[in-house]
Write a protein that binds this ligand. Structure first.
Ligand code: FNR
Length: 362
């Protein structure tokens, strides 16, 4: 069930697959005899210095895969010199993550209540993130309703998870996971439980639709811009017109994303949507991308096509499941090594030198 939650996508999983296969349709064009050794990975995102152009994208209920959840992921991110984006639906609250870390991480907001009619919940989340010292806000706009995730439903993913004999057996053969799960009980979206109480939060999550707002509109985004005075990124953009509108309304960054293929099946692959958005934004704000990044070469392709940095979702969740904080550190280390080697093979010294000449549509 947990595997289906992490690994699965929406409906026929076309977008999930396209996120990967589309990277294969872009070739890297190396330059030889440059004398350059790839070493420059430092990237600036607003005021935040990153040691590498890779962030941990927000993932909800990360405590399902490992009891230490987002705390472990955020500690791993800062050990690698980068940052985690902490989900509204995280298993640890923004305060708990802040307490467990020493850097300021980023907060992802699901604008679950309309800001014009029922602002309270979103405002509470923003106020808490602000008070806990978060450095930037990522507003996720591609979940007006939950995606139709069939594999999750087949495997009985729900809140709380339903216990069947098969699932009990499955837990019994994973004693370490089961012990952490039973001891720490970090299954639910903790911030929501704080604000609404356990029963209401469980009921909301079960009903799925009670908190999601299909009527969210650009006015709501403009209102969020007023509520949060720090950097604000809009996550889940696939159309150049939407990217432009967000920037006009004061977004400090645009994250090209299809939610890892978990929302609209049939949406374009993230890497294919990137060039037109980079073009339309025209350097006014950084453009980020997530969806399908699995290798250093993927990161280099995205940067060459104009992304400032990328996010990873599933790769670090797998690392977390396998080895807690150390597992996530290992994932980031593998990516760093791969980026360095790729740059050297490309004859490029620093990620800032990457440009359209380094990629070609295969
Ligand atoms: C997500 N994603 C996500 N996004 C978001 O804005 N808020 C959230 O709470 C979640 N939750 C979540 C849970 C899990 C298990 C996954 C795998 C993903 C989407 C995530 O931020 C990101 O867009 C994708 O995961 C990127 O694709 P890859 O790297 O998984 O291919």
């Amino acid at each position: 069930m947990v595997w289906a939650y992490v690994d699965g996508g929406a409906e026929s999983e076309q977008t999930l697959q396209a996120n990967r296969s589309s990277f294969d349709r872009w070739s890297l064009v190396p330059r030889v005899l440059t004398g350059n050794q790839g070493s420059g990975l430092r990237t600036k995102l607003g005021d935040t210095e990153l040691s590498m152009p890779v962030l941990l994208s927000p993932t909800g209920m990360t405590g399902l895969v490992h009891w230490d959840g987002e705390r472990a992921a955020a500690r791993a991110a800062e050990a690698a010199g980068t940052r985690a984006v902490i989900s509204t639906a995280s298993s640890y609250t923004v305060e708990e993550v802040a307490e467990a870390t020493s850097e300021s991480h980023f907060f992802q907001l699901y604008p679950w209540t309309s800001l014009t009619t029922g602002e309270a919940l979103s405002k509470r989340f923003i106020d808490r993130a602000k008070a806990a010292g978060y450095a930037a806000l990522f507003v996720t706009v591609d979940v007006p309703v939950g995606g139709n995730r069939l594999s999750e439903r087949r495997r009985g993913m729900g809140i709380p998870p339903t216990l069947t004999p098969a699932r009990a057996l499955s837990a019994a053969v994973r004693p370490r996971w089961a012990y952490g799960f039973a001891r720490h009980q970090r299954v639910s979206a903790r911030m929501l439980v704080d604000e609404r109480g356990t029963r209401a939060a469980v009921a909301s999550a079960r009903a799925q639709q009670t908190l999601l707002r299909p009527d969210l509109c650009w006015d709501d985004f403009a209102r969020l811009r007023e509520l949060w005075d720090g950097p604000i990124h809009i996550k889940g953009i696939l159309a150049a017109e939407d990217a432009e509108r967000a920037v006009d309304l004061g977004a400090d960054g645009v994250m090209v994303s299809n939610h890892g293929g978990r929302q609209l099946d049939g949406a374009p692959a993230a890497i294919d949507a990137l060039p037109a958005i980079v073009d339309r934004v025209g350097g006014r704000v950084p453009v980020l991308l997530d969806g399908g990044i699995r290798r250093g070469t993927d990161v280099v392709k995205a940067l060459a096509l104009g992304a400032t940095a990328v996010g990873i979702g599933r790769p670090y969740v797998y690392g977390l499941a396998a080895g807690g904080q150390g597992g996530v550190e290992h994932v980031l280390e593998i990516l760093r090594e791969e980026i360095v080697r790729t740059l050297t093979l490309m004859g490029v010294a620093d990620v800032s030198e990457l440009g359209p000449d380094h990629v070609r549509r295969a």
